[in-house]
Design a binder for this molecule. Structure first.
Ligand SMILES: [Mg+2]
Length: 348
């Protein structure tokens, strides 16, 4: 099986700010696995915050090459442990290869990946649209630009978080979710939770830093007026059981856990533990979103607006239109690379 990588510079529709950084384009690595005239695609984006620059991801991907022929007849679900070992535990590199292998397998079998996994496409949640931190007028403008979404996820972590939500609430009756990206204290979280509940917010994502004392996380879990969803605290499969003690649900990110295989396992375990389930995304192309969308039948909440946040992209696949994601019927994940448009995005 042949492996190719494409490093892309994806332009954002708007500069995107969370509590720790701001950016106006995203570096993405597309993995293409080819065998028998079938091409499978996976994607991972560079993330300096989590210590994953492009050079390191590419070096890890190279280390997986000797394993790739096993995917010709092998099941990506069963090959995952070997893959993770081959890339020395680099979950970012593993995630792009694992996703491409699932896409290739589905295309080979002529089935959408979610069907290969035996899932049923029913009661699938709509996706939220994320509004990054900015001035309040700019956040209102972002909401007004995408007026038809049923749910908005609002990034918080400023000195005036409640005022942001109040002013956005004046604009729409849509459901809100908030993501504090580790910026709050326990006391702030519990205080904010009541005000936010009254403003029609349905949960708070990762209010406390990963380093916060466990007794603070437990106190928030017990006293919050809203469900608390783990994100930064729930990155890999072994985090799930621990999160069940301090969180009402988990947000799985494919790049952090290592791919669709561990994502599938984490979501199944979370459901068994009574946790609510969510899959989030990075700012990424329709290739990564198409992969993540295969997990929708296992989700209570979806946050798959990553490709909508791009100005334009050289990829296509599952479409997230005003939050609605229709049943993917294309074989594999449905991801396609638009090779005729690739040149303007390629990084040297
Ligand atoms: Mg988050």
């Amino acid at each position: 099986m042949k492996l190719r990588t494409y490093s892309l510079k994806l332009p954002l529709a708007h500069a995107f700010t969370i509590s720790r950084e701001s950016m106006d384009w995203q570096t993405s690595i597309i993995v293409e696995l080819e065998h028998d005239g079938i091409r499978g695609y996976g994607e991972v984006t560079e993330n300096e915050f989590y210590g994953h620059p492009r050079s390191a991801i590419l070096a890890s991907i190279d280390r997986a090459v000797p394993l790739l022929d096993a995917y010709v007849t092998g099941d990506p679900l069963e090959l995952f442990d070997s893959l993770l070992a081959a890339v020395d535990g680099d979950t970012f590199a593993a995630s792009a290869i694992d996703m491409a292998a699932h896409d290739w397998q589905g295309k080979k079998l002529g089935l959408p990946t979610w069907k290969v996994w035996g899932l049923q496409w029913r009661d699938v949640p709509s996706s939220s649209y994320t509004i990054g931190i900015d001035t309040i007028p700019a956040m209102i403008a972002k909401l007004q630009e995408q007026p038809d979404w049923p749910i908005y996820k609002i990034k918080l972590g400023t000195s005036h978080d409640l005022e942001i939500v109040r002013q956005l609430r004046d604009q729409t009756n849509a459901r809100f979710r908030v993501d504090a990206n580790c910026a709050w204290t326990a006391k702030q979280t519990v205080e904010n939770s009541t005000a936010l509940r009254d403003l029609g917010v349905e949960f708070i994502e990762q209010p406390l830093p990963q380093s916060a004392p466990l007794e603070d996380k437990r106190w928030v879990y017990q006293h919050s007026s809203l469900p608390i969803i783990a994100d930064e605290d729930c990155q890999i499969p072994t985090d799930v059981a621990r999160c069940a003690e301090f969180y009402h649900g988990i947000n799985v990110k494919i790049c952090k856990c290592g791919g669709l295989t561990p994502g599938l396992n984490m979501l199944r375990e979370a459901r068994q533990l009574g946790l609510r389930t969510m899959v989030g995304c990075m700012v990424e192309s329709s290739i990564g979103i198409s992969g993540a969308a295969q997990l929708l039948p296992l989700l209570d909440y979806a946050d798959l607006d990553g490709a909508v946040l791009l100005a334009h992209e050289p990829a296509a696949g599952v479409v997230v239109a005003a939050g609605q994601i229709s049943e993917p019927t294309t074989a594999g994940t449905g991801a396609r690379l638009l090779t005729d448009r690739l040149a303007e995005y390629l990084l040297p």
